[in-house]
Design a protein around this ligand. Structure first.
Ligand code: FES
Ligand SMILES: [Fe+2]
Length: 356
């Protein structure tokens, strides 16, 4: 492992926006305990530890628009200053570290690095999540697995044929086409299952004998943010769109060997239909919670705290995207560790094809 395990100067997803209502929410990301609350200063992120006796501030509540510690009632505002001591003047020394917070794409993002570099424009585009013409279902799971294993999982979707076989296995798998390319620091992968009958997932949605192409394209962005675009088209006619969905797979490291996984599925069919919502929610719960997660956790138990790439893994052509992503992230972490941190965009710019 590098001396520094995570990129700090970047936005991590802390929560879905609807997770933070009247009560504060505490969560550890990149080993930093953080509390986020909605107060009179808007959305506030603070270190989740009271400077008095170090109780998590997330155990308290929002009072008069500021955060009140559950233990002795000191209150802290959005600047991290103590603004109320129930028994006297607020002590000047009672200060809490402030984390920049942004609400975007229906998610709450926290910047863990230099506050002065916290520009919400660096958050990659997941605009489809708030498109009113679409139906979006979100979810969350916690995995006892390193976030980099989750990135590997998301940047190599050939696993759907096996891990999610009951939903997504395709007879076209032996003919799978795949390619990897890069735009700026974003790594793209596309896999196409050409000319096969619909996988079990489409039962009841599509004629079981119809021949289709299914393409899944992933865009990985620093540090661990994946957009997945799935398209069903007529065979050999990528422009002949039949149906599809976009999904977000936003992974946030919690500590070595554990991560938060925020996922969202957005569709352009069945909008406003709660039964379809429920079907998607159930698939997400099973797919990520009962299929991906146990694989990642079992893998973690074998890899332990070792660097997977230093274990001399067998490399398959389909690993191209995952390896590219790991290298880009490792380079960014190293640059940051050396103090050369470029405030490079988390969003993509230009780039070129690296593998077809
Ligand atoms: S521990 Fe927070 S007020 Fe005492
Ligand atoms: Fe999966």
């Amino acid at each position: 492992m590098s001396a520094q395990a995570y990129l700090r100067n970047c936005w991590y997803v802390f929560a879905w926006a609807d997770e933070i209502g009247a009560a504060p929410l505490g969560r550890t990301i990149i080993e930093l305990p953080i509390v986020v609350y909605r107060g009179k200063d808007g959305l506030v992120g603070l270190e989740d530890m009271c400077p008095h006796r170090f109780v998590p501030l997330s155990r308290g509540g929002v009072a008069d628009g500021v955060l009140e510690c559950a233990y002795h009632g000191l209150r802290f505002d959005g600047s991290g200053r103590c603004v109320l001591n129930p028994l006297g003047d607020p002590p000047e020394a009672a200060r809490v570290r402030v984390y920049p917070v942004a609400e975007r794409h229906d998610a709450i993002w926290v910047w863990t690095g230099e506050p002065g570099q916290a520009d919400p424009e660096l958050i990659p585009d997941f605009g489809f999540l708030t498109d009113p013409a679409r139906a979006t279902v979100t979810g969350y799971t916690y995995a006892h697995a390193d976030y980099q294993l989750a990135i590997d999982n998301l940047t190599d979707l050939t696993h759907v044929q096996f891990v999610h076989r009951d939903y997504q296995a395709s007879e076209a798998y032996p003919r799978l086409e795949h390619r990897t390319w890069q735009e700026g620091e974003d790594v793209f992968r596309a896999i196409t299952f050409p000319n096969g009958r619909p996988a079990p997932f489409f039962a009841g949605i599509m004629d079981a004998e119809k021949q289709i192409d299914v393409t899944m394209e992933t865009r990985w962005s620093v540090p661990s943010l994946v957009k997945l675009t799935a398209r069903v088209t007529e065979p050999a006619k990528p422009e002949a769109y039949l149906m599809g969905n976009d999904s977000a797979h936003l992974v946030t490291p919690e500590r070595p060997g554990a991560c938060h996984y925020f996922y969202a599925h957005s569709r352009d069919y069945g909008v406003g239909d709660p039964e379809v919502d429920e079907r998607v929610r159930e698939w997400q719960r099973i797919g990520f919670g009962e299929q991906d997660k146990p694989i990642l956790e079992a893998q973690q138990a074998r890899v332990r705290d070792r660097d997977l790439l230093k274990m001399r893994p067998v490399i398959l052509p389909t690993d191209a995207g995952g390896i590219r992503a790991r290298r880009i992230l490792a380079k960014r972490i190293l640059e940051e560790d050396r103090g050369a941190a470029p405030a490079a965009s988390q969003a993509s710019v230009d780039g070129g094809l690296i593998d077809r």
